[in-house]
Design a protein around this ligand. Structure first.
Ligand SMILES: [Zn+2]
Length: 406
């Protein structure tokens, strides 16, 4: 199993300005820096990485779009640039971002494109509208919002996050958060929410888990294709009391049926306790539990979220870099727990994973000790996710897992 992750040899805690570890490794020295200094290091590295990602995914391709998606494609670069703009207020980040979104718009004709934020046209239109608003470009804003309204969900669309209804609903929440409530009217959203709930109840067949979903014939539990991602999105929706009960009941079912280690199966009935990824396993579930703790104000969800976080700390220093199934994504678990509890232990854990990346990732990838992703510059699989995490670590209490946490 340990070929999937590096042993976590970090001390349980390293205080800032700690004098005890002055003679230790460069990694521990980084961890002992006062936050303002380390934050500057994060920022410098993030902006440098962002520049190289733009060069590799946009400049070198002659500004042509092969893959428009946010997951592995150039919309991920645009999303990263938008974040860099929010952090630095540098207008050139915003203008390159808007140029990329325009090209993604041309490359994602409505009828043939999927309807989600992360893997579909909803991401292009929603990000396009928000970026246009920041540019003060009312014409483009109206254009992208109109295009968003044109998106049709096929009858047989799945319900999960990457390709299904949850991914469309997330785009609606993103628009309403950035452009104001009711930018996408609740009447429009509630139709889709009802479909998600109805399908979940139908597939659960009144079994012990109130909501269940399938993607390609498998009942997944993780954030990318399964329950964790769908429930995470549902908790941002206006739900009726019986729907809230079904969301809680589904979470309770998952908690009762987790592995003895505290990790979560990637799908229903799966008994190999291996994956500790955002897409499959404890990290994605931990984010959903942390959200449940906040939304429902229930101490039990805090406790199980912390237990899932423990799994991520012990087995989540993955030999991969990205946010979907890599260290960058797993670091967001600690940031969510830090937001939830205010405990600096979790900020330290997030810092430890981030410093590991900053200190070693590029070298380990070049030596083949770590996998840089099939799309090495992408947001979800590659160093795009690492750059995003570094930007988020500048103000960790405001950090949000990209294209997932609101
Ligand atoms: Zn993944």
């Amino acid at each position: 199993m340990s070929d999937r992750f590096f042993l976590n040899e970090f001390p349980d805690f390293v205080a800032e300005n700690s004098e005890e570890i002055i003679d230790e490794s460069s990694l521990l020295k980084l961890l002992a820096l006062p936050y303002p200094s380390i934050s500057e290091r994060f920022k410098g590295a993030a902006l440098e990485l962002t520049q190289s990602i733009v060069r590799e995914t946009w400049g070198r391709s002659g500004r042509r779009v092969n893959d428009f998606t946010l997951y592995t494609g150039v919309l991920g670069t645009a999303f990263l640039l938008f974040k860099a703009y929010l952090v630095t207020n540098n207008g050139s980040n915003l203008s390159v971002c808007s140029e990329i979104v325009r090209a993604c718009d041309s490359a994602s004709p409505g009828s043939r494109s999927r309807a989600t934020f992360i893997c579909g046209r909803a991401g292009v239109c929603a990000l396009g509208a928000v970026v246009a608003k920041h540019c003060g470009d009312d014409r483009s804003l109206a254009y992208y919002l109109n295009q968003f309204r044109e998106i049709k969900l096929p009858r047989d669309i799945p319900n999960e996050l990457l390709y299904g209804r949850a991914g469309f609903l997330w785009a609606c929440s993103f628009l309403n958060q950035h452009l104001g409530a009711n930018t996408v009217p609740s009447s429009h959203i509630s139709v889709v929410v009802k479909q998600v709930i109805d399908e979940g109840r139908r597939l659960s067949r009144k079994g012990p888990c109130p909501l269940m979903y399938e993607w390609h014939g498998k009942k997944y539990w993780g954030a990318a294709h399964g329950l964790a991602g769908i429930l995470h999105v549902l908790m941002d929706m206006e739900l009726k009391p019986d729907e809230v009960e079904d969301v809680k009941g589904t979470l309770n079912y998952m908690i009762q049926n987790r592995f003895p280690s505290g990790n979560y199966p990637s799908s229903e009935g799966r008994d190999s306790d291996q994956l500790v990824h955002w897409c499959h396993g404890a990290p994605g579930v931990a984010l959903t539990l942390a959200k449940a703790a906040k939304v429902f104000g229930d101490e039990k969800f805090v406790q199980v979220a912390l237990e899932a976080g423990e799994v991520v700390w012990n087995r989540g220093l993955l030999k991969r870099v990205g946010i979907c199934h890599g260290i960058s994504g797993n670091a967001y678990v600690f940031l969510a727990l830090y937001r939830l509890t205010g405990d600096v232990k979790f900020l330290y854990q997030a810092k430890a994973f981030t410093c590991f990346l900053l200190d070693r990732a590029i070298k380990l990838i070049s030596e083949g000790e770590m996998h840089g992703g099939d799309r090495p510059y992408s947001l979800f699989e590659g160093i795009g996710g690492m750059a995003y995490l570094l930007l988020d670590m500048i103000e960790p209490s405001q950090a949000r897992f990209p294209a997932y946490e609101l």
